[in-house]
Design a protein around this ligand. Structure first.
Ligand SMILES: Cc1ncc(COP(=O)(O)O)c(C=O)c1O
Length: 461
């Protein structure tokens, strides 16, 4: 038995043991002794027998602590130390009031349309075929025509062939930064801005140049000066219902910033993530006014259709599109045709427009309920502006607030808020929180506001 155990210890997992007869001869033991030893070793989980085939060495699972220390030297220092799980992506405990998230609650999704479309897509040819790299032609056409409807007279609207379909816009941002800005080069970015863009830029090795953004967007003169000083050739922007502030650029700012980009031969990377979330205004993409290839436009359906149907698109013209599509092909080859077919089905149903109209009303009442609750119960929390669209309130807390302990205290009272630091490409300009009004259970907003109010008073006494 000892000898057999030693043999097993050095044999590779899956090795076949010699037959019982050979073991009897090799170890000069009786067949009964050999059988007993095999039973014991089997009981210890070291071997397993397959009747009619033989007995084999099992992969041994030990409880020894893992030692991955060698990877420290192999990997070296990370290029950046951003967390892979930002506050907005944290899971929500069952009884918490979740104001920290980024994706709308199921109540706000077109559930009936989604179920029917997925069933149809499952029965269609799309379930068995490879999509073209740039996406299903009908879906490309839909994205192009959506942008074309906003194009003024005299501007050549985008074509289906300008569209690249993506599995969500996040990976599109990465592609654009890699393909158009490239490693080590500067990229202008509004401050505050979407944490995911900051993260994607950092991963792509892009150097961020923050531009302060006000209630009607960034000051065009500041933008011109930053292009001039840094030599940047791209500016990541959210002209409609920016995440996190909800700001919508004025028409004047949009026109002037597009002019500035043209003057400096630069790209505007326009993230139209909240196109379907207008509340008191309609979104007006800057890209609709451009036929010169300056604006690289990105629009996502993952928040308005379903977070489970990750479909988005880039619209870009000229060599920039070729660069982006080459990056997409390398990164993910093509997007699931089933998801594309289902998304296309949903957004071309008459029920989609009805859904969007209902969504507008729901967002308005959720936004107002949360804002009113804060005004009433948390007077120290200053809502920077009531956003004309989007999903979030951007709230400034008193300067003396210690943000980490404030968010922890809220959390221990079951209210989850997103600390604002993640939205700043450089140092935060104050203690901010982002409160999302599209999460579950809006009936709990007054209670959440009371807890935020109490916690702020305690923190600033
Ligand atoms: C401004 C902005 N852009 C892009 C994204 C990424 O969206 P998705 O990858 O789900 O399309 C988000 C998600 O929160 C966002 O807020």
């Amino acid at each position: 038995m000892v000898a057999l155990r030693e043999w097993i210890a050095i044999a590779p997992a899956g090795a076949k043991l010699p037959s019982t007869r050979s073991l009897v001869i090799r170890y000069e033991a009786s067949p009964v002794t050999v059988q007993k030893a095999l039973r014991t070793l089997s009981g210890l989980g070291l071997i397993a027998s397959r009747p009619g085939v033989g007995t084999f060495v099992r992969a041994v699972r030990t409880a020894k602590p893992s030692d991955f220390g060698w990877q420290t030297a192999a990997l070296g220092s990370p290029r950046n130390r951003f967390s892979a799980s930002p506050a907005t992506m944290r899971p929500t405990p069952a009884d918490a009031i979740a104001l920290h998230g980024g994706y709308p609650d199921r109540d706000l999704l077109p559930e009936r349309l989604i179920r029917a479309a997925l069933a149809r897509a499952g029965r269609s040819d799309a379930a068995f075929t490879r999509s073209p790299v740039a996406g299903l032609p009908e879906l490309q056409s839909w994205f192009a025509s959506e942008l074309a409807t906003a194009a003024p007279v005299g501007v050549t609207p985008p074509l289906a062939g300008d569209v690249i379909v993506l599995p969500g816009s996040q990976s599109g941002l990465s592609s654009i930064f890699r393909a158009l800005v490239t490693d080590g080069r500067p990229l202008l970015i509004e401050s505050p801005s979407y944490w995911g863009a900051i993260l994607a830029a950092a991963q792509a090795g892009v150097r961020l140049v923050p531009i302060a953004s006000g209630p009607t967007g960034p000051d065009p003169e500041n933008v011109a000066q930053a292009f001039e000083e840094t030599g940047a050739r791209a500016f990541y922007v959210q002209p409609n219902y920016a995440n996190p502030t909800g700001t919508q650029w004025s028409a004047g700012a949009a026109r002037q910033i597009l002019d500035v980009a043209r003057t400096y031969g630069a790209f505007l990377i326009e993230d139209d993530w909240a196109h379907d979330f207008g509340i008191t205004t309609d979104p007006t993409p800057v890209a609709a006014k451009d036929d010169n290839g300056n604006v690289v436009y990105i629009r996502s359906l993952t928040k308005s259709v379903s977070p489970a149907l990750r479909i988005a698109a880039i619209i870009a013209r000229g060599p920039a599109r070729e660069r982006i599509i080459a990056d997409r092909a390398a990164a993910s080859m093509y997007v699931s045709g089933v998801l594309q077919a289902a998304a296309l089905d949903i957004i071309t149903q008459p029920g989609w427009q009805t859904h969007l109209r209902g969504l507008r009303q729901q967002l308005r009442s959720r936004r107002d309920l949360l804002a009113d609750s804060l005004t009433q119960h948390a007077p120290l929390a200053h809502i920077t502006a009531i956003p004309p669209g989007g999903l979030n309130l951007w709230v400034r807390l008193p300067d003396t607030t210690d943000l980490p302990s404030f968010t922890r205290e809220c959390e221990s009272n079951n209210v989850l808020v997103a600390p604002g630091g993640e939205w700043f490409p450089a140092e935060p300009t104050g203690p901010f929180i982002r409160l999302n009004y599209s999460g579950p259970n809006p009936g709990a907003y007054p209670e959440a506001a009371r807890i935020i109010g109490r916690t702020l008073e305690k923190a600033n006494n």
